[in-house]
Write a protein that binds this ligand. Structure first.
Ligand code: C5P
Ligand code: MG
Length: 205
């Protein structure tokens, strides 16, 4: 392979275990060799809207993301240039003012629910993984996570799940599985799949 960085896409529904797969891969590859980019960081800036309107956005729709900026940044990282990644704050449904410098590394992991829903993103990834986890497991994980880490109430998580997360999952996330090179059932717990992935990554860099 060329001396350009290798981009690994980890897609899957909310609560599927993408972050766990990413964490396990980082442990194997070594933090010094990986930059992680979450598509979540590229939710569009919504400073023009008040909080009451920002909660109405469908965050599970491809149009909620600034995928052009994400693509630009991936191209830059691939060419060995550093980027200023936006930082997202789930509790206020908006980007923070600060940015984070991301230094290019030989391996880039791109993680997100809708990374297989945009042609140029699909094209730039070298390995595409879909983490496939049953909906009941995903909603349980999401309730726990959103209440603990994202400042949400149980009622708000359930209402959002039924009104936007579930329909958009079925419309956009689930069908995007077809673009994956490999589908990993039960993400983070699947040691065999993670090891196979690791072997493949080693052969590429
Ligand atoms: O980490 P995970 O893949 O679950 O993050 C994506 C989820 O974050 C989406 O399903 C979306 O509903 C949720 N989200 C949210 N509020 C925002 C932005 C995203 O609940 N302001
Ligand atoms: Mg996540």
């Amino acid at each position: 392979m060329s001396n350009k960085a290798c981009i690994i896409g980890i897609c899957g529904g909310s609560g599927s275990g993408k972050s766990t797969v990413t964490k396990k891969l980082i442990e194997l590859i070594g933090r010094e060799n990986v930059s992680v980019i979450e598509q979540d960081s590229y939710y569009k800036d919504q400073s023009n809207l008040v909080f009451e309107d920002r909660i109405k956005t469908n965050y599970d729709h491809p149009l909620a993301f600034d995928n052009d900026l994400l693509y630009e940044h991936l191209k830059m990282l691939k060419e060995g240039r550093e980027i200023e990644k936006p930082i997202y704050d789930f509790s206020i449904h908006n980007r923070k003012k600060e940015k984070e410098i991301v230094i290019p590394k030989p391996i880039i992991i791109l993680e997100g629910i809708l990374i297989f829903s945009e042609a140029n993103l699909i094209d730039i990834m070298d390995i595409k993984v879909f983490v496939d986890t049953d909906a009941d497991v995903r909603i349980i994980r999401r309730i726990k996570r959103d209440m603990k880490e994202r400042g949400r109430s149980l009622d708000s998580v359930i209402e959002q799940y039924l009104s936007t997360v579930r329909p958009s999952h079925l419309q956009f996330v689930e069908p995007s599985k077809r673009y994956a090179d490999i589908i990993v059932p039960e993400g983070g717990e699947n040691e065999v799949a993670i090891d196979l992935l690791y072997q493949k990554i080693k052969s590429l860099v």
